[in-house]
Design a protein. Structure first.
Ligand code: HEM
Length: 205
């Protein structure tokens, strides 16, 4: 039987899922009401790309947050946030393939020549794919130590996603700069904690 603590944890989890769905539901509602402005495809591309990047950074924030707070709580949401990042990135990719290219896929090569930053976005998505596919407990058990090594790919995905955004912005770099700064702090925090735990181990040894 579930305990009081168990019910609270389940309720927090449902609440977290509900929060992650909010951007998608708001955009679906705007589509339903026809409130996407003059360029609906660009609006959807930007919104889905923004949320894919935000969820990816949130996912990357969970490990440093655990270290700072000393609570294991954030780690329980890491996989969930990573999967939402992948879901929003896949929606972003689908908007590009179906709405932007209009199903005229041979045009993709011409588009890649004109907008090479798309390849970096694709690299980020491609990197997220094996991470999403191996996010189950069964895959974790089957891969053993290799699971951790494979999942370091998330750092490359983060860098590719920020480069993709930075590259496509033509004038106002403030937003990509903000995301690049957050990514730098999150990756830097990992380096610092590796360095300090290495020093502790050598002192103990
Ligand atoms: C699957 C391959 C991908 C393709 C084909 C793609 C394509 C695009 C395109 C065409 C744009 C709009 C460019 C413009 O307005 O000129 C865009 C913007 C963007 N993409 Fe991607 N992308 C991909 C993957 C990703 C991934 C994986 C992320 C993040 C995790 C991402 C994040 C963004 C962001 C943040 C923007 C800018 C949104 C804004 O202007 O507010 N993209 N992408």
């Amino acid at each position: 039987m579930a305990t009081g603590k168990g019910w609270t944890a389940a309720a927090v989890r449902v609440g977290a899922h509900a929060l992650c769905w909010i951007p998608a539901l708001l955009w679906l509602n705007r589509i339903r009401l026809g409130q996407l402005g003059a360029d609906p495809v660009a609006e959807l591309t930007h919104a889905s790309g923004d949320w894919a990047l935000r969820f990816l950074l949130l996912c990357l924030a969970m490990t440093p947050l655990r270290r700072v707070t000393g609570h294991t709580g954030p780690i329980r949401y890491r996989r969930m946030l990573g999967l939402y990042a992948f879901a929003y990135a896949s929606a972003h990719f689908a908007v590009y393939l179906v709405l932007d290219l209009g199903g005229y896929w041979p045009q993709i090569f011409e588009d890649l020549r004109k907008r090479p930053y798309i390849m970096v976005g694709f690299a980020a998505w491609l990197g997220m794919l094996p991470l999403a596919l191996t996010s189950t407990r069964a895959a974790m058990r089957a891969l053993g130590r290799r699971w951790g090594q494979l999942h370091r790919l998330v750092y490359v995905c983060g860098v590719c996603a920020v480069v993709h955004f930075w590259w496509l912005v033509k004038a106002d770099l403030r937003e990509p700069l903000l995301y690049a700064g957050i990514l730098l702090i999150l990756l830097g925090a990992r380096l610092v904690s590796r360095w300090t735990s290495g020093r502790k181990a050598s002192h103990a040894g």
